[in-house]
Every structure is written in structure tokens, then in C-alpha cells.
Design a protein around this ligand. Structure first.
Ligand code: ATP
Ligand code: NCN
Length: 219
């Protein structure tokens, strides 16, 4: 494959904390889309939710521990270097500038995040820079609201090959082989209640959380 047709993925998130649902999806996305690399990018300031429970620096450190030496996955700290809300359109514009016009750039999000896409900052412009791949999540099969249909219906393609014909602008819903019903909310609740989170996240992440006393019940 020529340098100009590199396939680059981005999976952004609050990662408060990163868990096996994120990491297994990342590995499977890397494989299903034949990506050269997948950037996992913690949001410094997630635009549509309250302040995360731990700092962006701590969430990045947990993500680095979770990824370890996994081939093809990168813990990317670029959103920690920007002030203000971490808009994905800004992140994608920056990535596009780095990879060049012909690279295939894919932003992946889970179905729950997708349901709010019409409320994102400049949602139409995301497609100027990247394709959108939506990962099915257990428990989420709501019909698409009209505002969302309007945004994506005409962009829809039915296969990875069709998506990769162009550098950006397409939309592909994707069912990855192992759907995991794990959420960061569930993990935070368990940690606050002093319950076990074993096998919900990588051991290295669990260890770092315990060592730094994160997500404990607040006094
Ligand atoms: N178990 C999972 N399987 C597939 N995708 C997931 C899973 N968990 C999260 N994602 C997706 O990963 C991205 C980042 O997720 P996020 O950091 O918000 O985690 P979360 O578990 O949804 O967190 P929270 O429970 O705090 O809302 C989002 O696009 C989300 O839809
Ligand atoms: O750009 C936006 O307006 C925007 C609004 C909501 C979410 N996002 C991004 O979507 C990703 C998942 O967000 P979240 O809140 O589900 O963790 C993360 O990278 C966020 O920065 C982006």
C-alpha cells in the first residue's frame, strides 16, 4: 500500500476509566478496518457531559497502562494540549493535516455516543476530514432520530471496502465480533462501593487505580 493510502483510525473517549469494552473494540477495529494505527484520544474536556471524575492526565496514564505494548494502538495526548471543550472536529482537522489528503481517516464511536451526534460541534464538518464508523453496543438499538438520519443516511456504505474507496465522508455501522456490556459508569460505581472490578479492565489499569486511590467513595 502506498504511503498516501494509509488507514488511520481514531477512537476518542472520556476513558474515565478505560476498560476492556474500549480496548477489545480498539483491537477489533484495527483488524476489521486493516488500520495502520488507531489513535485512542482522551478528551481533556468532553463537550457534552460534566467534569470527569479524575483528571485528564490521570485518565491518559490509565489509558497508557491499558494499551501497554498492544501493536497498532496509540495513546494520543493531543486533546490534553488544547484548552476549551475537546471538539472532535478540531482533533480530526489536526490529524488530517498530519496524515495528508489521501490517507483514509476513520473516526469510530459507539452507538450511545452516535445517538447524540447531531448535538456535536459542527457535525457536518466531521465528514470533511474523516469517515464515521459506528460500533454497536449491547443494550442500544434505538431507532435513529430524524436529525441524525439527515446527517448520515446519504453517506452510508455497506462494507469496509466501499468505505476505503475515498479518504473521508462515509458512514458505516459495524458489528464487532465481541460486544461487551461494560461501561465506565458501572466500573466507577463498583469502585465507589468498594466492589471488585477484576476482569472488567486490564490488570495494569486496576493496579494503577488502586495504587493512586482513584474512584474511591468521596468523604
Ligand atoms: N463496551 C463498549 N463497547 C463498544 N464501544 C464502547 C464501549 N464502551 C464505550 N464505548 C465507546 O467508546 C467511546 C468512549 O467511551 P466512554 O469513554 O464514554 O466510555 P463509557 O463506558 O461509555 O463511559 P460512561 O459509562 O462514563 O459513559 C464512545 O464512543 C463509546 O460509545
Ligand atoms: O465534538 C463534539 O462536539 C463532541 C461531543 C460529544 C462527544 N465528542 C467526542 O466523542 C467521544 C466520546 O465521547 P463520550 O462523552 O461518550 O466519552 C470523545 O472523543 C468526545 O470528545 C465530541
Amino acid at each position: 500500500m502506498s504511503q498516501t493510502e494509509q488507514r488511520i483510525g481514531m477512537l476518542g473517549g472520556t476513558f474515565d476509566p478505560v476498560h476492556l469494552g474500549h480496548l477489545r473494540s480498539a483491537v477489533e477495529l484495527h483488524e476489521a478496518l486493516s488500520l495502520d494505527r488507531l489513535h485512542m484520544i482522551p478528551a481533556q474536556q468532553p463537550p457534552l457531559r460534566g467534569r470527569p471524575q479524575v483528571s485528564a492526565k490521570q485518565r491518559l496514564a490509565l489509558l497508557e497502562a491499558g494499551i501497554g505494548a498492544t501493536p497498532g494502538l496509540i495513546a494520543d495526548d493531543r486533546e490534553l494540549r488544547r484548552d476549551g471543550p475537546s471538539y472532535s472536529v478540531d482533533t480530526l482537522a489536526e490529524l488530517r493535516g498530519e496524515v495528508g489528503e489521501q490517507a483514509r481517516l476513520v473516526m469510530a464511536i459507539g452507538f450511545d455516543a452516535f445517538l447524540r451526534l447531531a448535538q456535536w460541534h459542527q457535525p457536518e464538518r466531521l465528514f470533511e476530514f474523516a469517515h464515521l464508523v459506528v460500533i454497536a453496543r449491547p443494550g442500544y438499538d434505538d431507532p435513529l432520530p430524524a436529525s441524525l438520519m439527515e446527517l448520515v443516511a446519504h453517506r452510508r456504505v455497506d462494507s469496509v471496502d466501499a468505505l476505503m474507496q475515498r479518504p473521508c465522508g462515509g458512514y458505516l455501522p459495524l458489528e464487532l465480533p465481541s460486544l461487551m456490556a461494560i461501561s465506565a459508569t458501572y466500573i466507577r460505581e463498583r469502585l465507589e462501593a468498594g466492589k471488585s472490578v477484576r476482569y472488567l479492565l486490564p490488570e495494569a489499569v486496576e493496579l494503577a487505580i488502586t495504587q493512586d486511590g482513584l474512584y474511591r467513595q468521596r468523604e
